[in-house]
Ligand binder design. Sequence first.
Ligand SMILES: CC(C)(COP(=O)([O-])OP(=O)([O-])OC[C@H]1O[C@@H](n2cnc3c(N)ncnc32)[C@H](O)[C@@H]1OP(=O)([O-])[O-])[C@@H](O)C(=O)NCCC(=O)NCCSC(=O)C[C@@](C)(O)CC(=O)[O-]
Length: 299
Amino acid sequence: MSLPEKVRLVEVGPRDGLQNEAQPINVADKVRLVDDLTAAGLSYIEVGSFVSPKWVPQMAGSAEVFANIRQQPGVTYAALAPNLRGFEDALTAGVKEVAVFAAASEAFSQRNINCSISESLARFAPIMDAARQHGVRVRGYVSCVLGCPYEGAVSAEQVAPVARELFEMGCYEVSLGDTIGTGTPGSTRRLFEVVAAHVPRAQLAGHFHDTYGQALANIYASLLEDITVFDSSVAGLGGCPYAKGASGNVASEDVLYMLQGLGIETGINLEQLIDAGSRISTVLGRTSGSRVARARLAQ
Ligand SMILES: CC(C)(COP(=O)([O-])OP(=O)([O-])OC[C@H]1O[C@@H](n2cnc3c(N)ncnc32)[C@H](O)[C@@H]1OP(=O)([O-])[O-])[C@@H](O)C(=O)NCCC(=O)NCCSC(=O)C[C@@](C)(O)CC(=O)[O-]
C-alpha cells in the first residue's frame, strides 16, 4: 500500500499539552509558544479551550491568549468548546474554528464533561447551528477510541456511531483520540477500517497519546489506512486531566522526523519546531518529551 505525499499536523500542545499542567503558566508564555509554532510552519494550532475554569483551570486565560497571538494568514487557530456558552465565549474572542469533544465510553464522558454521550451530542447541536450562522468551522473529537481509563476495552463498533454522528451533524473532520495510549498498530488499523465505513477516511484524523510507546507505530499504521491528519503536541506536552497516568500526546518533533524520513511533506521546519519545544520545556522546568529534540539538543 502506498503512503500519502502530504500530511497535515494539528498542533495541540498549547491546549491538550498545557491543560494538564499543575503549575501556573502565564499568558505571555502561552502566546510565545503559539507564535513559535506559527513560525515553525504549523498550519493548524489548537490555542486553548473555552471550558469551565473550575474543571480545567489552566485554560482560563484562553481569550487573552487569542487576543495576543500574531495570527498569520493560512494558519488555523482553534479552540475547544464543550457547550453553547463556550462557543459564544470563543466567538467573542474572535475564534474562527472550534472543536467539540465527545467520547466512546460513557464513564469518560461523565468524568470529562459531566454528561452522557447522547447528552453531549445533543449539547453540540446548538453549537453546530450557531457555527453555521457565524461561518465558524467545527472539528469533532472522540476520546477513548482504543481504551478507557474507567471502562477498559473499547471496541471500534462503539466508536463508529459517535464519529458518524459528529460527522453528520456537520463536523468537517473527526479526530479519533487514543486518550490513554493503549492502542497498537493492529487495533489502530481495525479502528480505522471500521469507522471508515461510516465517515470518509479523508474526514478522519488520528490523535495518539504515547503512554505505552505505541504512538509513532500507530501513526504509521494509520498512514497505511490512508489517514493523513494527525494531532501531536510539541515536546510531547500534556496528558488528560480526566485520564490518570496518561502521558502527553505523541511529540510533534518525533512525528515530523518520521514523516520527513518517509518523504512526506508537512510544510514544517524541524529545527524551529525543536526550538519552540525547547523554549516551552524550559518554561516548565523539564526536559522535552520529544526523543528527536533530546537527541538533537545533545549533539
Ligand atoms: C462541560 C462542562 C462545562 C460541564 O460542567 P457542569 O458543571 O456540568 O456545567 P454547568 O452547566 O452546570 O455549569 C457549571 C459552572 O460552570 C460554568 N460554565 C459552564 N460552561 C462553561 C464554559 N464553557 N466556560 C466557562 N464556564 C462555564 C457555569 O457558568 C457554572 O458556573 P457557576 O455557576 O458554578 O459559577 C465542564 O464539564 C467542562 O468544562 N469540562 C471540560 C473538560 C475538559 O476541558 N477536558 C479536557 C478536554 S477533552 C480532552 O483533552 C480529550 C481530547 C480532545 O484531547 C482527545 C483525547 O485525547 O481523548
